[in-house]
Design a protein around this ligand. Structure first.
Ligand SMILES: [Mg+2]
Length: 321
């Protein structure tokens, strides 16, 4: 049931309007001056349809409309201005102030009813448009299978986080995570099970990370994790926790209990030389190192040294999945 706010200092007019609208199926809220109307319409859960009298004590109808239009909200308020002013310039002034429609007093009930229906249609259209935009935005930035960020979105976030960390003189670590022998999982259990593995992986990774870390699906079975405000040594701890969260328990998918492990490459961008591409390349190199050293392990890339450096084999005992 649509809610409508009626604002009119003429109580008899309010009563008449109120009973008509109730009869037509609207849920009616009534105020008797402009100040109350403005307060009600600026509330977060305000009615989205309003009938405002032009001449009211406190604030007049056009002033209320201007206040409503001045704040930017995610929803639109459709305002019908009631006026005994009948001059063309008055009407133009009302529409200029932001009214969507106007009706001259004394109004004809059937005309009012038709105009309210127009208002409802426009609000409905707006609702559907906002919903479609939100859906489109979600689809454009999220991986349809796992629900985490897609490649384009996580790269965009990397750019944002890199410049944020640069401003704040912080380090940003990135983790490149790759499922070990994913092809074998697909070949053994089928691609539908492989899809479920990706979904569960995304969940397990998200729960192993801090709330402000970001994870995206970088490729088929490859994930990129951004760990802001985190030096290399701390990022290695995060990576190891993430690796364990996947390797410790087999994944229960249908009747199968599937051992899944990941290899992780870690690199850190230091302030002053925040180069995202270099960081990604470094994490990739470290990931390659983790793969070649037997998988299910974490390796990091330290730029000052000629080759990659392992902390995994000594510091973290590897679990065989
Ligand atoms: Mg009045």
């Amino acid at each position: 049931m649509s809610r409508v706010l009626i604002a009119d200092d003429d109580r008899i007019s309010c009563k008449l309007l109120g009973s008509l609208l109730t009869k037509w199926g609207y849920q009616v809220e009534i105020v008797y001056n402009g100040v109350d109307a403005q307060r009600e319409l600026l509330k977060p859960d305000a009615p989205r349809l309003a009938i405002l009298d032009w001449m009211m004590p406190g604030l007049d109808g056009t002033q209320v409309i201007k206040a409503v239009r001045a704040i930017h909200r995610e929803f639109y308020t459709y305002v019908l201005l009631l006026t005994s002013k009948g001059q063309k310039e008055d009407i133009l002034e009302g529409l200029d102030a932001g009214a969507d429609d106007y009706l001259k007093k004394p109004f004809d009930a059937q005309e009012l009813r038709a105009r309210l229906r127009v208002g409802s249609r426009i609000l409905d259209l707006e609702r559907r448009l906002v919903c479609a935009l939100e859906t489109a935005e979600y689809r454009a930035t999220h991986d349809f299978l796992s629900g985490i960020y897609n490649r384009a979105a996580i790269l965009e976030l990397l750019k944002r986080e890199a410049s944020r960390c640069e401003r704040a003189s912080q380090q940003l670590s990135v983790l490149m995570v790759d499922v070990d022998h994913f092809k074998v999982i697909n070949d053994t259990y089928g691609h539908l099970v492989g899809d479920q593995v990706i979904k569960q992986l995304a969940l397990r990774m998200a729960s192993a990370l801090r709330p402000y870390d970001l994870v995206g699906r970088f490729g088929g079975e490859e994930f990129l994790v951004l760990v802001p405000n985190c030096a290399l040594s701390a990022a290695m701890v995060v990576a190891e926790r993430l690796r364990l969260s996947i390797a410790t328990d087999k994944m229960a998918i249908g009747q199968f209990a599937i051992p899944v492990t990941v290899s992780v490459g870690v690199s850190t961008i230091k302030e002053a030389k925040l180069d995202m591409n270099l960081a990604l390349q470094a994490a990739d190199l470290a990931l390659y190192e983790a793969k070649s050293k037997g998988r299910n392990r974490v390796e990091c890339y330290v730029p000052s040294e000629p080759a990659t450096k392992s902390t995994s084999s000594e510091d973290f005992p590897c679990l065989k999945g």
